[in-house]
Write a protein that binds this ligand. Structure first.
Ligand SMILES: [Fe+2]
Ligand SMILES: [Fe+2]
Length: 264
């Protein structure tokens, strides 16, 4: 099984450039083209939040039109730039979003169980799961202790060393760590929000962050580093389920980097 992860699309309708610089409509089109050109094609696509930039109705409508080009299941969760009810309304066609409450769910139809979480606190940049959702997660994981599981949420539950992002991570990360540590079937916890590929150990498993499909966060560990974004290559993650090895995760760059194979 191959699970693709795209993140932080910050989508705007065609013709609008984010910060006057970033064509996130084109970037989303290129990301979808990239997924469609992969061999084999991914069996599922998870989308880890910041689906749109400004939470606008017209942006979600246009994004849903592009997502419908993907023939495989699409599993979205919200980020801090999203509006929960608009995600629910425009992406209900995906068939996984609950009709009320947080946009969290477990997908049982693949060899890897996919559990999506909702960390959106509307009006805030940081994220939070909350006690009710953590209880739901604990019970959901306890129901399938023998099934390899991938958890996905927008806000990382760990610091990255990039100061301005570390101020707006998952606030109740300790509580998430306590739940994750109880369930050994969790192959990985994967996130978005930081627009860079990052990995760390977390609560007895692996936690990672996906790069963005459009702009990336500038890599600067300086204590006074300003909030800044950069046009490093857009990318997605590809999580390959290998029954012998477990879940193996790759970074897959989106774009044309030359004539193809250099040596063979
Ligand atoms: Fe983002
Ligand atoms: Fe975010």
């Amino acid at each position: 099984m191959l699970i693709a992860q795209i993140s932080d699309l910050h989508f705007r309708v065609r013709g609008v450039r984010l910060f006057g610089a970033v064509d996130t409509y084109g970037a989303t089109q290129r990301a979808i083209d990239h997924l469609l050109a992969l061999t084999p094609r991914p069996d599922a696509v998870i989308v880890t939040g910041d689906l749109v930039n400004d939470g606008a109705d017209e942006d979600y409508a246009a994004l849903a039109d592009l997502f419908r080009r993907l023939p495989m299941p699409v599993y979205p969760i919200p980020g801090n730039h999203d509006r929960r009810e608009l995600v629910r309304r425009h992406l209900s066609y995906t068939g996984v979003l609950p009709s009320v409450g947080p946009l969290r769910y477990a997908v049982e139809e693949h060899p890897v169980r996919l559990v999506g979480l909702d960390t959106l606190v509307e009006g805030a940049d940081a994220g939070r799961l909350g006690g009710e959702q953590l209880d739901w997660l604990d019970g959901t994981l306890a129901a399938a202790p023998g099934t390899p599981t991938l958890l996905f949420l927008h806000h990382p539950p760990f610091a990255t060393g990039i100061g301005f992002m570390d101020e707006i991570l998952l606030e109740d990360w300790r509580a998430l760590a306590a739940v994750v540590a109880r369930h050994r079937q969790i192959e990985a916890v994967t996130c978005g929000h930081v627009h860079r590929p990052v990995q760390t150990r977390f609560a007895g498993t692996i936690a990672s962050i996906a790069p963005g499909t459009a702009h990336q966060v500038t890599l600067d560990f300086g204590p006074d580093a300003p909030a800044a974004w950069i046009a490093e290559p857009p990318a997605c993650l590809l999580h390959l389920w290998c029954p012998q090895a477990g879940l193996v995760s790759h970074v897959s760059y989106i774009g044309n980097y030359g004539p193809g194979v250099l040596f063979a």
